[in-house]
Structure formats: structure tokens, C-alpha cells
Design a protein around this ligand. Structure first.
Ligand SMILES: [Zn+2]
Length: 85
């Protein structure tokens, strides 16, 4: 299987650095509606892209539900701050 389509590995326990990257990835790699369907706003590839999937998986591994991240931007900013981003 090609490494190009493999997902990024989710390393546990999730480090603060990875958590900050994951938060940024989830907020940057968001779906955008195009005639051809939903594409990643950052990369223009079918959504969810690899980084969006990795970000969500990493947040989940850290015990942070994705819904919580989307619903509470302030909490995300606080997390990103704590993680040194
Ligand atoms: Zn993307």
C-alpha cells in the first residue's frame, strides 16, 4: 500500500506539542463547499484530508472530543496556549 494514502500515525500518549499541532490542523483543515464536493480549505483535496483526520484522531487520543473543539474555540485557544503554540 502506498505511503501517500496512509494516515499519519497517532502517537500516544499525545504530547503537548502534538496536541497544539492537532488543534491547529483541525481548525485550518476545514471543509469548504465546491461544485465537485467538499474540499479541504487548505489543500483543495477531498475532505477530510489526511491532516484533518490526523488532527481529529490525535484530539480523540488525548481525550478531547472533536465536537468540544469546534463548540468551544476559547478552550482550544487555551489549550494551544498551554501547549506553547
Ligand atoms: Zn487539509
Amino acid at each position: 500500500m502506498s505511503t501517500l494514502i496512509d494516515d499519519f500515525p497517532v502517537l500516544t500518549p499525545v504530547t503537548d506539542e502534538d496536541l497544539a499541532f492537532a488543534v491547529r490542523a483541525v481548525r485550518t483543515h476545514v471543509p469548504e463547499s465546491w461544485p465537485e464536493g467538499e474540499l479541504c480549505r487548505s489543500e483543495r483535496v477531498p475532505y477530510p484530508c489526511r491532516l484533518a483526520r490526523w488532527g481529529r484522531a490525535t484530539l480523540a487520543a488525548a481525550g478531547l472530543p472533536e465536537a468540544e473543539v469546534e463548540a468551544d474555540a476559547a478552550a482550544v485557544d487555551r489549550l494551544a496556549c498551554e501547549a506553547g503554540a
